[in-house]
Design a protein around this ligand. Structure first.
Ligand code: URA
Length: 309
């Protein structure tokens, strides 16, 4: 991410914390001294596949904002990996400042209330049974992002609990994790309405995803995962604000969103529909890459999953 984009992210995040009642953020000594240092000149960083537009770099550059995340060396910033992050390494993702665990939980509770009360899409407000906020550990370095709740998720208020969700749960468990070890969310928090139909789902519309995306981005900024797995083309389109993507071309290729590594892969419902061993293997290889990035142990048995029927 270039400096201007990083600065925008930092300002948005701080403003969002302020709106949520947070009056202080903790920074470590190194970052504080960099923030207090006199301005230095700056050349824009090389562009990344991130969709964040670049802008003119300002004169003042606290270098930590453009650096890769690191563990806190001094007092103040809490960047620990929670006990529930079993086997997963890598603390928070993009930002160099972080809330402590309690602050993060409080900010997330406020964000949850805000999202649950959202009425920005009147047609979805009229049809929804529940707003589907997300589920799992907000301290996890790993997030899964799908497109939108379906009928089961709408009823239960939890993402990925229907047939596709059961497959996602199996994929997570094949990684040696549980749903409680990761955070699962969707681009859209309300089920896309299907007027006149008693069953079936529809793809979220671009304007619905654009309206809802700030909610997901705030979740990402608070959670600061190391890795996001984007499930399917629509999730990638929504996350990056892209008109249309070919998931066959993107899957398995690392990209970045606000400094967080993103691994696009097939949606579990596509895997269910195709019932193809090679497709299952491709998804599994994408998840093996995620495990490697999180420095998780991979057994020989795990490495060989889906190589034979
Ligand atoms: N598909 C999704 O993309 N998300 C869900 O929560 C359920 C199915």
């Amino acid at each position: 991410m270039d400096f201007a984009a990083a600065l925008d992210v930092a300002i948005d995040h701080l403003e969002s914390l302020k709106r949520q009642g947070c009056k202080t953020v903790m920074v470590d000594r190194v970052l504080l001294s960099e923030l207090l240092a006199p301005p230095v000149s700056h050349s824009p960083a090389p562009s990344t596949p991130s969709s964040v537009p670049s802008g003119t770099p300002p004169a003042r550059v606290p270098t930590s904002l453009t650096s890769t995340p690191r563990a806190s060396s001094g007092t103040g910033v809490v960047t620990e990996v929670s006990a529930s992050n079993k086997n997963m390494k890598g603390g928070p993702g993009s930002a160099s400042f972080a809330l402590d665990r309690e602050g993060k939980e409080k900010a997330m509770a406020v964000l949850r209330e805000k999202i649950l009360a959202c009425v920005q899409c009147p047609h979805l407000v009229a049809s929804r049974k529940n707003v589907v906020f997300g589920v799992g550990s907000i301290h996890s370095p790993l997030m899964f992002v799908g497109e939108a709740p379906g009928a089961d998720e709408d009823v239960q208020g939890e993402p990925f609990v229907g047939a596709a969700g059961q497959l996602l749960t199996k994929m997570i468990s094949a990684m040696g994790l549980t749903r409680q070890d990761v955070f699962i969310a969707n681009v859209l928090k309300c089920r896309p309405d299907t007027p006149g139909q008693t069953s079936g789902n529809r793809k979220p519309r671009p304007e619905e995803m654009r309206t809802c995306l700030p909610h997901l981005r705030e979740q990402i900024r608070l959670i600061q995962p190391r890795v996001i797995v984007a499930l399917g083309a629509t999730a990638v389109e929504g996350l990056f604000g892209r008109a249309s993507v070919q998931i066959t071309k993107l899957r398995g290729q690392w990209t970045q969103l606000e400094g967080v590594d993103v691994m696009p892969t097939y949606h579990p419902s596509y895997v269910l529909r195709t019932q193809s061993l090679p497709i299952k293997r491709e998804v599994w290889e994408d998840l093996l890459q995620v495990m490697q990035r999180l420095e998780m142990p991979i057994s020989a048995k795990q490495a060989a999953y889906f190589t034979k029927a």
